[in-house]
Design a protein around this ligand. Structure first.
Ligand SMILES: [Zn+2]
Length: 310
C-alpha cells in the first residue's frame, strides 16, 4: 500500500479520476508532473529504469499517450488496411525489464513486420509489451473519450529503410510504428495465456525465459479499424519518432490473466518486493495534432462504443 499511496492510486485514485474528467485536467496533471520533480511525484515516472534525470520532452509538441476523442477524429479514406505479417519463429524471449514484461523478436530480416495504413514503407517488428493498472478500472496508456482500459498492448516496429537499426530508429523521424491494442475484461485469451504461463519465470527484474514460436498477430482484434496520429515513445527518451496505430476494438482477456500481470515485480532478486502495476505514462496534450480514423464513425459505431465497460 505504501506504493499505492505514493502513486496516488489508493482508494481515491485521484489520477484515474483526472483521466476520466477530460483532457484539460489530464494535461494539468501532466504539467504538474514535469514541474514538480517527476521522479518524486509520480511513481510510474520514477520507476522506469531510464527515468534518471529531468524529463527531456518539455516543449515537445507530439507527446504520447493521448485521450482519443472519438467524435473529433477525422475519417481519412486514404488510410488503407494495415498489412500485418509476423514470422512466429523470429520470437526470441520474454523478459522483465523492471517496468513491464516484453517479448523480443529477431529483427535481422524483413520476415516480421507491418506495412500499408499510414506507413510509407515496411516496418520490422522489434518487440511487444504491455502496460497495466493496479486495478481493472485503469491501466491503459491511451484512453478513448476519457475511458481507460485495464491494459494496453504495444507492438513496436522500426523503419529499416531510413535507419540501420532499432536504436537509431527509436530517436529518428518516422523511426517507429507502434500498434496499440486495448485489453478489456471478458473471456480468457488463449494466445495470451501462453505468455501468462511463463510469467512466474520472470517475476523479478532482468529475468528472462525463452518463448518458442509465437505469432503476435493472434493478439490483434478481429476488426482492424484503427486511429493513427503522430506521437512519441511513452518511456524515456520520449522521442517523437512514433506513428501510433491504435486499434479501435479491444481484445478480451480474463481477470485472472490481468491478475497474473500484477504478480510480477518491479524489483530484482534480493530487493524489497514491489508489485509491477501502474506502469503507464500520464496523458499528454494533443495540441494541434489531428487523430485520423481508418473508419467512419457511423451512428452505429458511435453508439456501440466498442469495448466500453462503463
Ligand atoms: Zn508501451
Amino acid at each position: 500500500m505504501l506504493r499505492a499511496t505514493r502513486l496516488g492510486r489508493g482508494p481515491h485514485k485521484p489520477l484515474a479520476i483526472l483521466r476520466h474528467m477530460g483532457p484539460l485536467c489530464a494535461v494539468r496533471a501532466q504539467l504538474q508532473c514535469f514541474q514538480h520533480s517527476c521522479a518524486e511525484k509520480r511513481g510510474s515516472c520514477a520507476r522506469h529504469p531510464l527515468w534518471t534525470g529531468p524529463v527531456s520532452s518539455l516543449g515537445g509538441t507530439r507527446q504520447s499517450p493521448i485521450n482519443i476523442q472519438w467524435r473529433d477524429s477525422v475519417y481519412d479514406p486514404q488510410l488503407t488496411p494495415l498489412r500485418v505479417s509476423y514470422d512466429a519463429t523470429s520470437c526470441r524471449y520474454l523478459w522483465n525489464t523492471g517496468y513491464f514484461f516484453q517479448v523480443e523478436f529477431d529483427d535481422s530480416s524483413e520476415e516480421s513486420g507491418i506495412s500499408g495504413g499510414p506507413l510509407g514503407n515496411h516496418y520490422r517488428l522489434k518487440q511487444f509489451h504491455f502496460h497495466w493498472g493496479a486495478a481493472n478500472a485503469w491501466g491503459s496508456e491511451h484512453v478513448v473519450d476519457g475511458h481507460a482500459y485495464p491494459a494496453e498492448l504495444h507492438l513496436v516496429h522500426w523503419n529499416p529503410v531510413k535507419y540501420e537499426n532499432y536504436k537509431e530508429a527509436a530517436v529518428g523521424e518516422d523511426g517507429l510504428a507502434v500498434i496499440g491494442v486495448f485489453l478489456k475484461l471478458g473471456a480468457r485469451h488463449e494466445t495470451l495465456q501462453r505468455l501468462v504461463d511463463l510469467l512466474p519465470d520472470v517475476k523479478h527484474k532482468d529475468t528472462q525465459v525463452t518463448v518458442g514460436p509465437f505469432d503476435p498477430s493472434e493478439l490483434l482484434p478481429a476488426c482492424r479499424d484503427y486511429w493513427t496520429y503522430p506521437g512519441s515513445l511513452t518511456t524515456p527518451p520520449l522521442a517523437e519518432s512514433v506513428t501510433w496505430i491504435i486499434q479501435k476494438m479491444p481484445i478480451e482477456v480474463a481477470p485472472s490473466q490481468l491478475a497474473a500481470f500484477r504478480t510480477l515485480l518491479f524489483s530484482g532478486r534480493g530487493e524489497e518486493e514491489e508489485a509491477m502495476v501502474d506502469n503507464y505514462r500520464p496523458l499528454q496534450p494533443l495540441l494541434d495534432r489531428e487523430v485520423r480514423a481508418s473508419f467512419q464513425a457511423t451512428r452505429v459505431g458511435t453508439s456501440a462504443r466498442v469495448g466500453r465497460t462503463e
